[in-house]
Design a protein around this ligand. Structure first.
Ligand code: ADP
Length: 702
């Protein structure tokens, strides 16, 4: 019996000391205490075993002291009745009972939550069966119903063959739970940072094997996490040689001498994604010591291709802006100068440091400042870019002219800036004035030329007719006095007079067309063509020719008799320069060559065609592509006159041709579109717009 007592006491001491050690571990006391505690445990057990000097009452005392004074909770229970036999002070304290008898004699279940009963039964069963219970996780319920997380270890002391008493060693793990949940929260926070950061985050162990891979890394490389975990980083980040070198070798360097140029420093290199696309990245690596003391490596990789492109673009643009001749200035929403280029320094006579941050109005002369402020306000209201011209001059020098162009730069809904570009257009203005003067001179000289051509052709006709008449009289009345050669000369003279007459007639007509007053009105082109057909029906019959009109012809703004002349010229040429037995003329509208404003007509023949090199020549006056007599002769002025008529209608004429197959003439005329009739007086019109200058102070803009 004494031997049994010794054994059970020894077991109890083991239990108490194991419990004590566990408490120390849980309370995060230095683990080196553990062997010491175990040693103490052995010594005590041995003392109980071997030391007969320690009397039973002394051992009891020691036991009681260990039981009651233990910093851990201990409950002694009767395994037969399942009732609590004894509890120690720490358990009483934790349960907040005034007296242990509030628990003693009650079923052990009272210590634990009701809803955990099943688990408790199972644990007690294990305890009964195996004699020990390890780390059963549950809660103890205090008198006022609070639940405290605990683990329960147990050991059974044996009576007569049957287990009769058990010691439950209960460890409060609330602080561990708290630490655990804090740790979990930190882990979650870290994970969410890793998952949601803009950069690709890759974490490797010390051998370079990937242990973490965030969604951005997946997007950058094109590999999902499951495919890369446990693979070597240098296998997964397929980069150019520099990338592999950087990633892999630097880990090794770090491990061998704890020092590398790359660790913690931003490096750029190229990687290849799964589509073999080369991506420029910036990467940074930080070693971190893990739980087991070995280093892990966190790589932060950022795709900088777009950033680099934007930087290059910005450099390009800023170089262009800096170097441009124009003043390129940006203003903030309060009209203060934000940026200032070399052009601005030149035009305004102020360098960058003198201009920056100043209100734009403060560096301008009052007149210009007020005008610019008005325009800036208009710009903000209308949100549409605007331009205006202004001039500066001194009495001493000529005016300088400028064109200002204002644009709104919207950064976002509420923020905006303004770009102000000022171009020195003085030279342009001077050239414009010069061109205008030249145009006036040209107009005068053209008018003189036209009247000269008119007068010459008109006045020369008279003596020419006289020469021709006398030659006819000579031929008719004096033929007997001339020999055969004389008669031949006389015939040539008469023929040349006829040719000269034709040329003069054409010249006269050409100069008339240039000066004629045109009356442009909505005209039905179909009706004009019908009139032309009527006018040449003998020729059509004689040539066995057909005129075919493709589709409906629209109304156009034209002078009726001149349009009749255009169609007549083109149709008769199509018949004249035609070697086919059945000449065919097709007339219609070419929609693809028409515009919103104008209609493009075509007149197509199946004649002899015109070589490519001669397509412009045919529009020059007196230019024929054939000998005088060939194809029925002609003055070579018809197409020149046609071109002049079209141009006076604000249209243009050109041709396409395939020699041997035929020629197509295209010409454009303004659509009628309910326009009012227009009267065109002269053939020469100034194309330069009127001057809009104003402003009048100094030479520079200030
Ligand atoms: P003309 O017919 O009086 O000679 P034009 O000015 O009408 O003068 O034509 C100039 C030249 O262009 C003609 O001599 C002819 O050689 C060529 N030409 C004009 N129309 C056609 C055409 N439809 N097909 C081929 N050649 C043409």
């Amino acid at each position: 019996m004494a031997r049994d007592d010794a054994v059970s006491k020894k077991i109890l001491i083991y239990a108490l000391l194991i419990g004590l050690s566990a408490t120390l571990v849980f309370m995060q006391v230095n683990p080196y205490w553990l062997p010491g505690v175990l040693l103490l445990c052995l010594l005590l057990s041995d003392a109980v075993n071997r030391t007969p000097a320690l009397g039973a009452s002394e051992a009891d005392g020691l036991m009681r002291m260990l039981f009651y004074q233990s910093p851990s909770m201990i409950a002694k229970i009767d395994m037969v009745s399942g009732q609590v036999i004894q509890i120690n002070s720490m358990l009483s304290l934790t349960l907040q009972v005034a007296h242990p008898y509030q628990v003693i004699g009650h079923p052990v279940d009272t210590l634990f939550p009701k809803d955990d009963e099943k688990k408790l039964r199972k644990a007690l069963h294990t305890l009964q069966r195996k004699g020990v219970l390890h780390q059963y996780a549950t809660e103890v319920v205090t008198l006022d119903g609070n639940k405290i997380p605990v683990t329960v270890d147990g050991v059974v002391t044996y009576g007569e063959n049957e287990p009769n008493t058990a010691y439950l060693y209960i460890t409060n793990i609330s602080s561990i739970k708290k630490v655990e949940s804090k740790l979990q929260a930190n882990r979650n926070l870290l994970q969410s940072i890793i998952d949601n950061t803009l950069e690709a985050v890759i974490i490797t162990n010390k051998s370079g094997k990937i242990i973490e891979w965030n969604p951005q890394a997946a997007a950058l490389v094109g590999q999902v996490k499951n495919n890369v975990i446990n693979k070597s980083i240098s296998q997964v980040i397929m980069g150019t040689a520099d990338a592999r070198l950087t990633l892999e070798k630097d880990i090794n360097h770090y491990l061998s001498n704890q020092k590398t140029k790359y660790i913690g420093k931003r490096e750029t290199f190229h990687i290849l994604n799964n589509h073999n696309k080369k991506i420029l990245v910036a990467s940074c690596c930080f070693p971190v010591t893990s739980d087991d003391g070995s280093p892990i490596f966190c790589f932060f990789i950022h795709d900088i291709s777009a950033e680099l492109k934007a930087r290059e673009q910005e450099m390009r643009l800023s170089t262009i802006v800096r170097q441009t001749e124009d003043a390129v200035v940006s203003l903030d929403s309060q009209f203060h100068i934000d940026s200032w280029n070399n052009g601005a320094a030149r035009i305004f006579g102020l360098n960058e440091s003198e201009a920056l941050l100043k209100p734009i109005g403060s560096i301008l002369h009052k007149t210009h400042a007020e005008r610019l402020t008005d325009q800036l306000k208009r710009l903000i209201q209308s949100n549409e870019s605007l331009q205006y011209e202004f001039s500066t001059n001194t009495q001493a020098s000529e005016a300088n002219h400028f064109m200002a162009s204002l644009n709104l730069i919207r950064y976002d809904k509420d923020h905006f800036g303004i770009s102000l570009i000022i171009r020195d257009i003085t030279e342009l203005k001077r050239n414009e004035i010069r061109i205008r003067e030249l145009m006036t001179e040209l107009e005068v000289s053209n008018k003189e030329l036209q009247s000269f051509a008119y007068i010459a052709s008109h006045d020369l006709k008279e003596p020419l007719r006289g020469i021709k008449n006398y030659a006819m009289i000579l031929k008719d009345d004096y033929v007997g006095l001339l020999d055969e050669a004389g008669v031949g000369f006389l015939n040539s003279l008469i023929k040349s007079c006829g040719r000269l007459e034709l040329l003069l007639e054409s010249l006269l007509h050409y100069s008339k067309v240039g000066n004629l007053k045109l009356s442009l009105q909505p005209l039905d082109a179909q009706r004009v063509i019908n009139d032309v057909k009527d006018g040449i029906h003998h020729l059509l019959k004689q040539k066995n020719a057909i005129i075919k009109v493709d589709g409906d012809l629209p109304k156009v703004m034209a002078d009726e008799s001149r349009l009749n002349e255009v169609f007549t010229n083109l149709i008769t040429n199509g018949l004249k320069y035609n070697d086919k037995p059945e000449p065919l003329i097709q007339i219609g509208v070419a929609p693809e060559k028409s515009s919103n404003e104008s209609v493009c007509f075509y007149v197509k023949d199946n004649g002899i065609g015109i070589e490519k090199s001669k397509r412009d020549t045919v529009f020059e006056i007196f230019q024929r592509l054939h000998k005088k007599e060939e194809y029925g002769g002609g003055a070579g002025a018809g197409l020149t006159i046609t071109k002049r008529i079209i141009e006076r209608h604000k249209g243009s004429i050109w041709l396409e041709s395939t020699p041997g197959e035929g020629t197509t003439f295209y010409f454009t005329l303004l659509k009628s579109d309910n326009r009012e009739p227009i009267s065109v007086n002269t053939g020469i019109e100034l194309l330069i717009k009127s001057d809009q200058d104003n402003g009048n102070t100094t030479n520079r803009i200030n």
